[in-house]
Design a protein. Structure first.
Ligand SMILES: Nc1ncnc2c1ncn2[C@@H]1O[C@H](COP(=O)(O)OP(=O)(O)OP(=O)(O)O)[C@@H](O)[C@H]1O
Length: 731
C-alpha cells in the first residue's frame, strides 16, 4: 500500500493522506506476517520489526529469526529440497530467486502441487505445480513454529530454566573452546620437549660426544616447536573468534534490553548508566586470549608437575610450595582488591553522570556562572577515584612483585636441593636443569592468574551491574501476549485512572475518568505539574496506571502491542529530542520507508519547509547533535512533522508551537486545522490561540479532572470561578 499526500487546493492548504504513509516492500516481513496469521497468533508488521536494525528497511535472514523470536515464534533457516518438505510442517517460508519469498501453505505430493501465498503478487492463495515452484525456489526455507508458552500453573510446579544471558552466550561457542582445550593439551605436552632436550644433551650428548644424536634431537625439537608455534597462533585466533562472536551477541542483547526496558525502571542517571554499559569493555577483555589461555593452561600445569616429579623426585615439593604461596597471596588480596574496584566503579559512574549532565547543560551552567561549583565537584570526584585506583594499582603491582619473588625463590631452592640430590647420586645434572625449566613452566599460569585478578574483579563488577540491567523488566516480555491492531479508530477512554511515579510521594493522576470519541478534538489544560504530561505518557503506554484502565477502541491499552499503539498515535512530546543526522532523517525516524510526497506533506504542515526551503541542502540540512544547529522553534517543527509522517488516526500534541513566533504559529495552526479534520486530537497547551484547534476542554488540577466539556462552556465557567487553571491559558 503506498501513500500519497495530495495538496488539493492552494489556500487554505488541504491535505489528504491516502494509505498508511509507509510502504515496507519487504517480502520476508510480509511472509512472516502471513505465517503468524496462519499459526493463529497474528502479529502486525510493526510489532515484528520493532527494535530491529533493518537493512535498507528490510529483514534479512538473521533479522527474520529475531523478528520471529521477539514475537513468540521460533524460526530456522534450512537448506532443503522442495520435495523434502513434509506437509506436516507447513506453513513454511520459501526463499525465491531475486530476493522474493512466498509462504508454502500446503503440499499435495500425489498431484505434485503446492499451495502458496506470494505477498507481492497480492493474489492470495494459489496452486502451483512443483515444477513451477522448483523453477523459482532458491534452495532455502524458513521453518517456523510457535514457542511453547508456560502459564502461571506451570510456574508453580515447574521451574523453567533459561540460559544465563552471559554464560549462555559463551556456551554457544563451546565447540571453539573445545578445540582450544585440545590445542592447549598439545601445547602443554610440547612444553615437556624443551627440558627433555636439554636434559638429554647434558646427560647423554656432552659426556659421550654424540654429535649425531645432538642433531637428531635438535631437529626433532625444532619440528615440535614449529608445530607448537602454529598451534599457539591458532589457539589465540580461535579464542579471539569466540570472544568476538560472544561480544557481538552480548552487546546487541544488552542494547536491546536497554531499549526495551519499561520507563518505570529506567535508570535515574543517564551518565552513570552509560558508564555501566561501557564497563562491558572489561568483560570483553576478560574473555579474550590472555585470560582464557592462562585459565586453560592451569590444569595442564599439574601434568608438567608430574613430569617434573618423575625426573626430579622429591624436588616436586619446591614448585608445589611456590604454587601454594602464590595461590595464598592471590586469595588474601581478593577482598581488598574487590573493595577498591567496586568503589572505583561506583565513583566512575558518578563522575560520568556529572560529566554528561554538565556537557548537556553547558549553556545553563555558563549563564548561571556555576562553572566554579561544577569544577569543584569534578575535582572532588576525580580525587576520590584517584585514591581508590591508586590502591588497586598498588595491590595489582604487589601481586607481580610477590609472584616474581616466589619464582626466584623456587629457582634458588630447586638448585640448592638439586645439588644435594646430585651429590647423593639421585639426580643428574641434566635432570636438575630440566626440573628448573619445568618448575618455571608450572608457575607461569599461576603467576598469570594472580596478575589477572584485577581484571577478573573489574569484569565481575561489570557483570554484576550488567546482570541488573538485563534483569530489568521489559515492556514486551516473552510471557506476555499482545493483541495486534494495525489501525485504531481513535476512541479513547480513561476509567478511574490513578498513577504514581516510582519512588515518588503523591499521585500524579488521581481517579481520572473521561472518554473521547473518534475524531474529537480535545484540549488538556491545567497548571504546571497538574499531570498533563503524565496523562500523555499513560496514553502512549510509556507507564502503566496503578489502578483503573486506559482503553483504545474498547481494548485495554495493556493488551495492545506497544509498537502498534505508538504507530497509531502521532506524538509531539514536550521535550521531543532530535538526533544527529539530517532534517529528513529526523522526520522519518522510526517510520520505515516513506514516500517523498508524504515527507514533503508532513514537513509542509509542520512548518519545516518554511525554513529548509532557504537552506542549500533543503531537507538534508544537518541538525547537529540533539538538534543543536536548529532554533527551538525549528526543532519543534521537525518533531511535529515526525508526529505526522505516518498519518496516524490519533494525534497527541504536548505544547505544540510554544516556541514559534506568532506568524509561524498562525500558519502551522491553520494547516493543522485542515489536516486534523478526520483525526482524534489530544492537545496539551498553555496557549489560548492553540485552543482554536479544539472543541472540548479537560481541565486538570493536582492530578484530578476539575472540568470537562465544550470549550466555550469550560472557559466561561473557569473565567467565572477564576481558578488558577484559567489564568494559565494565555490568550
Ligand atoms: N519522570 C518523573 N518522575 C517522577 N515524578 C514526575 C516525573 N514527571 C513528572 N513528575 C511529577 O508528576 C507531577 C505531574 O507532572 P506532569 O509533568 O504531568 O505535569 P504537567 O501538567 O505536564 O506540567 P507542565 O505544564 O509544567 O508540563 C508533578 O508533580 C511532577 O513532579
Amino acid at each position: 500500500m503506498s501513500l500519497t499526500m495530495q495538496r488539493v487546493s492552494e489556500k487554505p492548504h488541504t491535505y489528504r493522506l491516502n494509505g498508511r504513509g509507509v510502504e515496507h516492500l519487504d517480502p520476508l516481513l510480509d511472509c512472516l506476517v502471513i505465517v503468524t496469521r496462519l499459526l493463529g497468533h497474528p502479529v502486525s508488521t510493526e510489532a515484528l520489526k520493532q527494535g530491529l536494525p533493518l537493512q535498507q528497511n528490510r529483514l534479512n535472514a538473521p533479522l527474520f529469526i529475531r523478528a520471529a523470536e521477539q514475537t513468540g515464534f521460533s524460526a530456522r533457516l534450512i537448506k532443503t529440497q522442495l520435495h523434502e518438505i513434509s506437509p506436516l510442517v507447513t506453513p513454511v517460508v520459501l526463499l525465491l530467486k531475486d530476493g522474493r519469498a512466498c509462504v508454502l501453505t500446503a503440499i499435495d505430493r500425489g498431484r505434485k502441487k503446492a499451495r502458496i501465498i506470494q505477498p507481492e503478487s497480492g493474489e492470495g492463495t494459489r496452486d502451483v505445480t512443483f515444477v513451477q515452484l522448483e523453477h523459482e525456489y532458491a534452495g532455502h526455507a524458513f521453518f517456523i513454529r510457535e514457542q511453547y508458552r508456560y502459564d502461571e500453573r506451570a510456574e508453580a510446579n515447574l521451574e523453567v530454566r533459561s540460559r544465563h544471558w552471559f554464560w549462555g552466550t559463551l556456551f554457544r561457542s563451546w565447540r571453539i573452546y573445545r578445540d582450544v582445550l585440545l590445542a592447549s593439551a598439545l601445547i602443554n605436552l610440547f612444553a615437556v620437549v624443551s627440558p627433555l632436550f636439554v636434559m638429554n644433551v647434558y646427560d647423554r650428548v656432552v659426556p659421550n660426544n654424540a654429535i649425531d644424536t645432538l642433531w637428531v634431537l635438535a631437529i626433532g625439537a625444532l619440528v615440535v616447536f614449529s608445530f607448537d608455534t602454529v598451534l599457539k597462533l591458532l589457539r589465540s585466533h580461535f579464542i579471539d573468534l569466540a570472544g568476538k562472536k560472544s561480544d557481538i551477541i552480548l552487546s546487541s542483547r544488552i542494547f536491546s534490553r536497554v531499549m526495551g526496558m519499561t520507563m518505570a525502571n529506567r535508570p535515574q542517571s543517564v551518565g552513570a548508566f552509560a558508564r555501566k554499559l561501557q564497563d562491558f569493555e572489561s568483560i570483553r577483555e576478560f574473555i579474550t586470549s590472555s585470560t582464557v589461555t592462562a585459565l586453560v593452561d592451569l590444569p595442564f600445569a599439574l601434568l608438567l608437575l608430574m613430569v617434573m616429579g618423575f625426573i626430579g623426585g622429591p624436588l616436586i615439593v619446591v614448585p608445589l610450595t611456590g604454587m601454594a604461596l602464590i595461590a595464598l597471596y592471590g586469595l588474601i588480596i581478593q577482598r581488598p582488591l574487590a573493595k577498591t574496584i567496586d568503589n572505583t566503579v561506583r565513583a566512575s559512574g558518578q563522575k560520568n553522570a556529572m560529566l554528561i549532565e554538565s556537557l548537556s547543560g553547558l549553556e545553563s551552567i555558563r549563564a548561571a556562572r556555576a562553572e566554579g561549583e561544577l569544577q569543584g565537584r569534578w575535582e572532588k570526584s576525580v580525587g576520590h577515584i584517584a585514591r581508590w585506583s591508586a590502591r588497586s594499582k598498588l595491590l595489582t603491582a604487589s601481586t607481580g612483585v610477590v609472584v616474581g619473588f616466589v619464582q626466584q625463590l623456587v629457582t634458588v631452592a630447586l638448585i640448592v636441593a638439586g645439588v644435594y640430590l646430585i651429590m647423593k647420586g639421585e639426580l643428574s645434572m641434566g635432570g636438575l636443569i630440566a626440573s628448573v625449566m619445568l618448575a618455571g613452566r608450572c608457575l607461569t599460569p599461576m603467576a598469570q592468574i594472580a596478575s589477572l585478578s584485577t581484571r577478573y574483579n573489574q569484569a565481575r563488577a561489570a557483570l554484576t551491574e550488567l546482570n541488573n540491567v538485563v534483569q530489568q523488566p521489559l515492556e514486551k516480555c516473552e510471557e506476555k501476549q499482545f493483541v495486534h491492531r494495525e489501525r485504531l479508530q481513535g476512541q479513547i477512554a480513561f476509567t478511574h485512572v490513578s498513577f504514581q511515579y516510582p519512588k515518588q510521594q503523591g499521585k500524579a493522576l488521581d481517579d481520572v475518568s473521561f472518554s473521547i470519541s473518534p475524531g474529537e478534538k480535545v484540549g488538556i489544560i491545567g497548571r504546571s505539574g497538574s499531570g498533563k504530561t503524565t496523562l500523555n505518557r499513560l496514553l502512549l503506554g510509556l507507564y502503566q496506571s496503578a489502578s483503573g484502565a486506559v482503553r483504545f477502541d474498547g481494548l485495554d491499552s495493556r493488551q495492545i502491542d506497544p509498537s502498534d499503539l505508538r504507530r497509531n498515535i502521532g506524538t509531539l512530546l514536550q521535550d521531543s529530542s532530535l538526533f544527529y543526522g539530517s532534517v529528513r532523517d529526523n522526520i522519518t525516524m522510526g517510520a520505515g520507508f516513506v514516500e517523498d510526497a508524504a515527507l514533503l506533506g508532513a514537513a509542509e504542515i509542520a512548518g519545516v519547509m518554511d525554513f529548509v526551503r532557504h537552506h542549500p541542502e533543503g531537507l538534508d540540512m544537518p541538525v547537529g547533535e540533539r538538534g543543536a544547529n536548529l532554533s527551538g522553534g525549528q526543532r519543534q517543527c521537525v518533531a511535529l512533522a515526525r508526529a505526522l509522517i505516518t498519518d496516524p488516526p490519533i494525534l497527541l500534541l504536548d505544547e505544540p508551537c510554544t516556541t514559534l513566533d506568532n506568524t509561524s504559529e498562525y500558519l502551522v495552526r491553520q494547516r493543522l486545522k485542515q489536516y486534523i479534520q478526520s483525526k482524534t486530537l489530544i492537545m496539551v497547551t498553555h496557549k489560548g490561540t492553540m485552543l482554536e484547534l479544539v472543541d472540548r476542554l479537560i481541565v486538570l488540577d493536582h492530578g484530578k479532572v476539575i472540568a470537562d466539556g465544550p470549550k466555550q462552556q469550560v472557559l466561561q465557567s473557569l473565567a467565572a470561578s477564576v481558578p488558577p487553571a484559567a489564568q494559565e491559558v494565555r490568550s
